[in-house]
Design a protein. Sequence first.
Length: 136
Amino acid sequence: MKTLDQIRAAGAYEAMARARDETVELARGLPSMLQQNGLLAVWAFLLSKGGDHLALAGQLLDHLRKLERLPRIPGGANPQSAFLAWVGAADAPGLAGHQLRDLTAEALAFAGWLKRAAEAGAAGDGSPSRAGTGSG
């Protein structure tokens, strides 16, 4: 049975291996964005930018949905509908404080692994040799 960190690491490396270079670059800054602004503010920012930002939100949502330890995430299968459900829009109850804290903590932990994967050069060919070469 895999540990939670093993699940996070595997998911992050898989996500970065499939990601475009712009998404990989965004992943490097995600942990600090979450620490400074919180999950809902960062999520709204990612949604507002679209493109690679939206792809990063989708990767994060995929990870949060996979974990059975967290409460069931209300909302649809995409980042926009999840956000609307989290904030209580469209007759959704919204997240309770403890649920938001749990999601934020897990998002921050996964974002740390996304950053590690991005810095290791997991994007593209999955070769760590891309890290620090300026080619990514």
